[in-house]
Ligand binder design. Structure first.
Ligand SMILES: [Zn+2]
Length: 167
């Protein structure tokens, strides 16, 4: 298990998208929403896309429901192919990309913003790229569409700045 203290010192110099092909970040679907989630696992407990895939298969899905997973150390893993409709937000899957960070619960199991600095940075880099690749997309937290705490932070933090066209 990794803990939140294991963030590499040189994290700010690492490009978290380095291992991900450009085409895996640009969907052939028309994307109108980037939807952020937490894994609803306890702070400091690390899991991977493979773990979540296994959980989702056990729930009867045919694959992991999210397109990307952000681990505690900021590693971005690919989940479901971005060209395929996800299974992460009821009534919002067809034209969205689902991103899940590992965490979202405190040690007692209550909803909590548990993002590590590395996760925060990787979420920013990933969502920025998804937004620039899908210019019509807006950024949301799962809780905007369901009676849930997920992702336990304000997703608007990752929304691209509003650009006002020149007059
Ligand atoms: Zn969620």
């Amino acid at each position: 298990m990794t803990t939140t203290n294991d963030i590499p010192r040189n994290m700010t110099s690492v490009n978290p998208l380095a291992g991900i092909p450009d085409k895996a970040l640009l969907s052939t679907r028309q994307i109108s929403q980037i939807i952020l989630h937490c894994s609803a696992t306890k702070t400091g407990e690390d899991f991977s896309a493979a773990d979540i895939r296994r959980w989702h298969l056990q729930r009867g899905f045919n694959d992991i429901g999210y397109h990307f997973v952000v681990k505690l150390d900021g590693t971005i893993e690919r989940g479901r192919d971005i060209n395929l409709i996800g299974a992460h937000c009821l009534n919002h899957n067809r034209r969205s990309v689902g991103v899940c960070y590992i965490g979202g619960l405190d040690r007692a199991g209550h909803p909590c913003d548990t993002r590590t600095p590395a996760q925060h940075r990787s979420l920013k880099v990933l969502v920025d790229r998804l937004c620039s690749n899908h210019p019509l997309a807006t950024v949301h937290g799962h809780r905007e569409f369901a009676a849930k705490a997920c992702p336990c932070f304000n997703a608007a933090e990752y929304a691209p700045p509003i650009t006002i066209p020149p007059v």
